[in-house]
Design a protein around this ligand. Structure first.
Ligand SMILES: C[S@@+](CC[C@H](N)C(=O)[O-])C[C@H]1O[C@@H](n2cnc3c(N)ncnc32)[C@H](O)[C@@H]1O
Length: 521
């Protein structure tokens, strides 16, 4: 499901109409003075005089926020609950925007709530804090009129947090509603002297993430120390914008025409991609049948680049491809389709049994097509670190899409920025290096190896490749930029100084994927 457009999807009820305030346009928002009067009027009513229950969309959003606080993923928990509660259409969009926005921006909203409540958020019951985050997002990040945002949040608090808490929520909401977002940002960042830390709070990122992304922009050649602040601002803001729903037409299994006929628009970024402006991708037959899929265009470009990379003249043939860590199978799906077209056997390996099953599901249409074409697609469940030794020099193309922090895909995972810690980067370092070593060992002479991450963090990207290469003389780096072409076949710009490729949400509209191309001697 798309996470777009919640409040912007059309008017349903508005100020003065007794509605719940969803769907008003930005221009219809009350001005601060009117908002203040309205909030004061409301706050003079006892919470018990107001609506006792909120609507199913807000209640669902709250329930998912609680699940996220217990470790759930928004992109899994929310669609499941929406289905269970039979919430669809505009209401589903509203709930989605509430969960995604309130979760992404919780760092900023917590700082604002602490000021409004005049106490640290650590002293607020986490269940009440989730209610306040949802209310703050309606007031400061959506187009919900003040009275509706306050009333509905207080009603939600009464329903899920209790009557006592609803009085507190009412007071905090009223204080928050007294100022516009820009004023609050000014207030909460005013004491911060480090400009990156201030920007991090303004855009609701942990400071360590903002600092790592700043270093990555410079380290990958996307900015200089002199102009990095503008690029960093654009990148962090892009992390807060809902990602569009991108589709891939797996070659030989589906076509762009088929996706366009189902309502998608051809991508300008990927030659096999399309963008679905609205609607459920699961309703598209080609997607349901595994001939097409939801896939970031950056991931598409990366798989296409690996498939297009020239082998050296030492290569005996382009005879066998390997995806070393394939789960859940997005890139394997595209690579497998390309391998079938060339009648090349394809192996997808994954260490987690559950994720190996997901790869099997993802590749089911490709496996059927391979059988028809007399080609093979094999899904293995095992440790990729062992394949280099078990299967040395056996593959002409190897993809290592390494487990990483996912700092390049924060716009898709609203909770990820708050879950990750700087120590995760170090914890993954050894595994990333071992997988790359194994992948190189598995590559045949003259074959190519692609090392990829959906993180631009320098410690997960360049430094991994450079470290591994220091210890080997049987592999060389190839400039990968030439292989990244847009939908019209033109070289993609903004990829950095080479030889590696770094994509960026604020430049390419893709996740911040990293790709290094190596060739085995
Ligand atoms: C970034 S994801 C791969 C995404 C995938 N290429 C796609 O496009 O859908 C990394 C995967 O590596 C798997 N993994 C982690 N350690 C591994 C290992 N030692 N061997 C093989 N796979 C591993 C993880 O379970 C995860 O599914």
């Amino acid at each position: 499901m798309s996470e777009t457009g919640a409040a912007g999807q059309g008017g349903r009820g508005g100020h003065g109409q007794g509605g719940d305030g969803r769907g008003g346009r930005r221009g219809e928002r009350q001005r601060p003075a009117a908002r203040e009067r309205s909030a004061q009027h409301r706050s003079s009513q006892r919470p018990s005089e107001r609506a006792r229950r909120t609507d199913p969309a807000r209640l669902t959003a709250y329930t998912v926020m609680r699940e996220i606080s217990q470790g759930a993923y928004a992109n899994l928990a929310l669609p499941k609950l929406l289905r269970e509660k039979r919430i669809t259409g505009r209401d589903a969009g509203f709930a989605t925007e509430l969960v995604y926005g309130a979760t992404r921006l919780s760092g900023l909203y917590d700082a604002i709530a602490a000021r409004a409540a005049d106490r640290p958020v650590s002293s607020i019951d986490p269940r009440v804090l989730d209610t306040i985050r949802l209310g703050a997002h309606q007031l400061l990040g959506m187009r919900v009129p003040t009275h509706a945002a306050v009333d509905e949040t207080v009603a939600l608090a009464r329903q899920v947090n209790g009557a006592g808490a609803s009085g507190f929520v009412n007071a905090v909401m009223r204080r928050i509603s007294e100022r516009e977002l820009a004023e609050w940002v000014e207030i909460v960042t005013s004491g911060i002297t480090d400009p990156v830390e201030a920007l991090a709070l303004r855009t609701s990122h942990p400071a360590w993430v903002a600092k790592a992304l700043r270093a990555a922009l410079i380290g990958h050649g996307a900015a200089t120390a002199a102009d990095v602040e503008g690029a960093l601002t654009a990148l962090l803001e892009a992390d807060n914008a809902p990602a569009k729903v991108s589709l891939v037409a797996r070659p030989g299994l589906s076509t762009l025409d088929e996706l366009v006929a189902a309502g998608a628009v051809p991508s300008s970024t990927s030659p096999v991609g399309a963008v679905l402006p609205e609607g459920d991708p699961g309703a598209i037959r080609a997607v349901r049948e595994g001939r097409a899929a939801v896939q970031d265009e950056g991931s598409q470009l990366l798989a296409l680049a690996l498939a297009a990379a020239p082998l050296s003249s030492d290569a005996s043939a382009d005879e066998r491809w390997l995806d070393l860590c394939a789960g859940p199978g997005g890139k394997a799906g595209l690579l497998a389709a390309l391998a079938i077209e060339r009648r090349i056997p394809f192996v997808a390996n994954e260490i987690s049994e559950h994720r190996a099953d997901l790869v099997r599901q993802t590749l089911s249409a490709a496996r059927a097509a391979a059988a028809d074409a007399g080609s093979t697609i094999e899904v293995r469940h095992g440790d990729g670190r062992l394949i280099g030794e078990a299967d040395p020099a056996a593959y002409s193309r190897v993809l290592i899409d390494a487990p990483c922090t996912g700092l390049g895909a924060l716009r898709r995972r609203p909770e990820a920025r708050w879950r990750r810690t700087a120590s995760d980067v170090a914890a993954l370092a050894g595994l990333q290096r071992e997988l790359l070593v194994s992948g190189i060992d598995a590559a045949a002479p003259g074959g190519v190896v692609g090392y990829a991450t959906c993180s631009p963090h320098l410690n997960e990207t360049r430094f991994v490749v450079q470290d591994v290469l220091k210890k080997r003389d049987d592999v060389e780096v190839v400039d990968a930029r030439e292989l990244f072409r847009d939908a019209s076949g033109m070289p993609l710009g903004g990829l950095g100084d080479g030889p590696y490729v770094q994509l960026w949400p604020h430049v390419h509209g893709t996740d911040a994927m990293f790709f290094a191309l190596l060739r085995k001697r």
